[in-house]
Design a protein around this ligand. Structure first.
Ligand SMILES: Nc1ncnc2c1ncn2[C@@H]1O[C@H](COP(=O)(O)OP(=O)(O)OP(=O)(O)O)[C@@H](O)[C@H]1O
Length: 346
């Protein structure tokens, strides 16, 4: 495929994302005329390879997962670049969208709709045996028609798989979205994605991160709050009762008791049954609402789901929570990088 690199539309830890046009395709072939191309040098190549492998396995049937059209390599300024071609989200990420609102959150109706979409994406990812492991607003993309899709599968992994990244004392993803079992036991499974979804819902609604954390304050104190004790993120009081209840199901500290994406899709916060034809006008455009078939009463606990099976990630337990947090603090070789004034640890 011939393509032309356009303007830069985003930066990640491992990559730069630009607009790519493929005029010869004219939108008629296998590729659309405009795509996003995620490019990395040799340092980020493994992440891009992992992302492509996972997206290939997830296939095309889930509308809430960003599509991958293939990859190639180029030499630019004497350096070999690895390129991944993705569906272009013209409105960027939810993180950048919220930034434009200057600290304001989104209306609850929009939060419900986006949450339902992300849950359908997570259900598909988990049903195929993967965990995303880096769900956050920066990795939820907003499309011109109001749809949202999950992106950035660079850290995704097979549930139960022990990879080089989770051997020993390491953490992956963004600390603000880390689940207690990830902090305490190095466990990264589908349950952690549900915890992260809860953090994303709080942030979408309030415009603020789920954990209050002052810039410059001690990062380890946050890890201790997440991993040790009973504290969970603050649930916004302005949220409806359904929304608050939904979040309590995401913020269950014990991953085995936390609701799954499948279970949460039956929660009334997202399983809305509007008494009109499913169209709502929102933020200047009409959105076709997808609803779950059954919107009856919400199960109130995991045991009300007859076929619910708890999936454990199978990662090894390293230490007690206290020992692990202390070892994280004392670990001399973490790869710390700073993105958007927050610390991301790889
Ligand atoms: N398909 C896309 N369409 C439009 N914008 C995109 C697309 N993919 C990524 N972006 C933009 O680029 C940013 C970085 O992309 P992405 O998160 O995939 O990169 P990354 O290197 O894996 O980053 P990180 O792991 O640090 O989050 C996103 O936050 C988003 O703003």
């Amino acid at each position: 495929m011939e393509w032309i690199r356009g303007e830069t539309i985003g930066y990640g830890t491992f990559s730069t994302v630009s607009l790519a046009s493929s005029p010869s395709n004219n939108g008629s072939g296998a590729f659309p005329t405009f795509m996003a191309v995620k490019s990395a040098d040799s340092y980020g190549a493994a992440s891009l390879e992992n992302e492509k492998a996972v997206l290939d396995k997830l296939g095309y049937e889930c509308d809430e997962i960003v599509r991958c059209f293939g990859d190639d390599r180029t030499v630019e300024n004497g350096e070999e670049m690895h390129n991944l071609f993705l569906e272009y989200a013209s409105r960027g990420s939810l993180e950048s969208y919220l930034k434009k609102l200057g600290g304001e959150g989104l209306p609850e109706s929009t939060v419900r709709r986006h949450t339902g979409s992300v849950l359908r994406g997570l259900r598909h990812i988990h049903a195929n045996g993967f965990a995303h492991c880096d769900l956050k607003l920066g990795n939820i993309l907003l499309f011109g028609d109001g749809a949202v899709k999950i992106a950035d599968f660079g850290l995704a992994k097979r549930v139960g798989e022990v990879t080089a990244l989770n051997e020993g004392v390491q953490i992956r993803g963004t600390p603000l979205y880390m689940a207690p079992e990830a902090v305490n036991d190095n466990e990264y499974g589908s349950e952690g994605d549900v915890w992260a979804l809860g953090c994303a819902v709080v942030e979408m609604f309030s415009g603020k991160t789920a954990w209050s954390f002052k810039e410059g304050s001690n990062f380890m104190s946050l890890l201790i709050r997440i991993g040790v004790g009973d504290e969970v993120p603050l649930i916004p009081e302005e949220l409806s009762e359904q929304g608050r209840d939904f979040l309590t199901k995401c913020f269950v500290k014990d991953p085995k008791k936390r609701w799954t994406a499948e279970m949460l899709l039956h929660h009334p916060f997202v399983a809305v049954d509007l008494d009109h034809d499913g169209l709502v006008e929102e933020e200047g455009f009409v959105v076709n609402l997808k609803t779950e078939k059954e919107v009856s009463t919400s199960p109130r606990c995991p045991f009300e789901f007859p076929d619910w099976v708890s999936v454990s990630s199978g990662s090894q337990t390293i230490d007690s929570p206290e020992e692990r947090v202390t070892s994280l603090a004392a670990d001399s070789t973490p790869d710390w990088s700073v993105t958007n004034s927050w610390v991301t640890v790889r």
